[in-house]
Design a protein around this ligand. Structure first.
Ligand code: ATP
Length: 367
């Protein structure tokens, strides 16, 4: 049995520094209840405030620790007005994606009973889909490479490669195959703009090549503009979506909006050798330091980390711990603890306390 796993913890800036301690407390309490491998969590500095105070956003020691760790647990980074001399923002999460080739951005969007509904249609309670965002190329390839011509024109180039598209499509089909075991059917929708751009037509062509290897999963297609419409009109119809980096960036915020806000949306950045787990939200400077942050997305991201570690280390107890985190949060929400973010009265401390208190009962109900 695996005795312990090393987790590199990067709280970052703003509400990242608030939701991370809440999450670590819940992880520790869940570990005490389930047993199994211990998580050795070590905090490492990085972020915009670290850049302001020490001149670097992602110190070499932090990067090295992330490379050695069994998983990376990440809060949020970035702060208004803290910029590099060229005007761009320190965004260490993008640097980590590139450093560790974290090509698949996995963003589950699902409804949690107890929360006020965003959409009027009752079927919105069935929303349960996964957006898989390519994260190492696409339009973000242009980051740091933008070209200005005099003060009159600006160019950013999108990169779509066969390798990049094939591996993220493969990843999406694998997720769909696992979901099929639970749901009985599965569809992966390729979200693109292949009617306009050669790069996007190529993305779809490579997606098709991968789809042929997965006959048990239906392949579907949507232009990104139509998908934006359908995500609002009938999101309960969606299963697994795969898309280019920039489209994924935008659609994942839309997805979070469907379930109440960014504070409900977890994410995982997965590569072949490393995994980084972080809430989909940013540092929320407007509410930072006020005790209002919703820790749900951070807790759900930690559950995704446990699931990923369970598979990598063949440790079913970690999967049970992941379910425990989810169920405790679900039962806190269902019992009426509604985050301030979604119009309720529960701030960070109350959300954390309610989830901690729900853990023992949830542990008894685990299969
Ligand atoms: P970035 O620009 O890096 O995405 P951000 O925090 O400014 O960072 P979002 O993450 O998109 O932007 O969040 C938008 C708003 O949603 C925040 O300003 C905040 O009001 C709210 N929000 C986001 N996450 C949470 C959370 N966990 N709890 C409560 N409110 C949140």
């Amino acid at each position: 049995m695996t005795q312990a796993l090393d987790i590199a913890v990067l709280p970052g800036d703003g509400i990242g520094r608030e939701v991370m301690p809440a999450c670590l407390a819940i992880l520790a309490a869940a570990e005490a209840l389930t047993g199994g491998p211990a998580l050795r969590c070590t905090n490492w500095p990085a972020g915009a405030l670290h850049y302001r105070d020490h001149g670097e956003a992602l110190p070499a020691a932090t990067l090295a620790a992330c490379g050695k760790a069994d998983a990376i647990l990440f809060g949020a980074m970035g702060w208004p007005d803290i910029r590099y001399p060229d005007g761009t923002e320190p965004i260490p999460q993008l640097d980590l994606r590139m450093a560790f080739d974290l090509y698949a951005g996995v963003r589950p969007i699902r409804w949690f009973p107890g929360l006020p509904r965003v959409l009027a249609d009752p079927r919105a309670e069935q929303v349960d889909f996964v957006l898989v965002r390519e994260q190492t190329e696409g339009l973000f390839y242009a980051r740091g490479r933008g070209r200005m011509v005099d003060d009159a024109e600006a160019y950013d180039t999108m990169q779509i490669t066969r390798k990049g598209t094939a591996r993220v499509s493969e990843f999406a089909f694998r997720i769909a195959e696992r979901r099929k075991e639970r749901r009985g059917k599965a569809t992966v929708t390729c979200v693109d703009k292949s009617n306009v751009f050669a790069s996007m037509a190529f993305f779809r062509k490579v997606f098709d090549d991968v789809a042929r290897d997965h006959p048990s999963v239906a392949a579907d297609y949507a232009y990104v503009d139509a998908m934006a419409l359908n995500m609002v009109k009938k999101p309960w119809m969606l299963d697994v979506l795969v898309t280019e980096n920039m489209f994924g960036d935008i659609l994942s915020d839309l997805g979070a909006g469907l379930i109440g806000g960014m504070g409900m949306a977890p994410s995982a950045d997965i590569g072949d050798a490393h995994g980084l787990f972080q809430p989909a939200h940013g540092t929320a400077p407007d509410i930072a330091g006020q005790g209002k942050a919703n820790p749900s997305a951070m807790i759900l991201s930690a559950a995704m980390m446990l699931d990923w570690l369970a598979v990598r280390h063949s440790e079913p107890s970690l999967e049970r711990r992941a379910r425990l985190l989810e169920r405790a949060l679900e039962s806190a929400l269902a019992a009426g603890t509604v985050p301030m973010e979604i119009g309720g009265g529960a701030g960070l401390d109350e959300m954390t306390r309610a989830t901690l208190e729900a853990l023992p009962a949830a542990a008894k109900d685990l299969p």
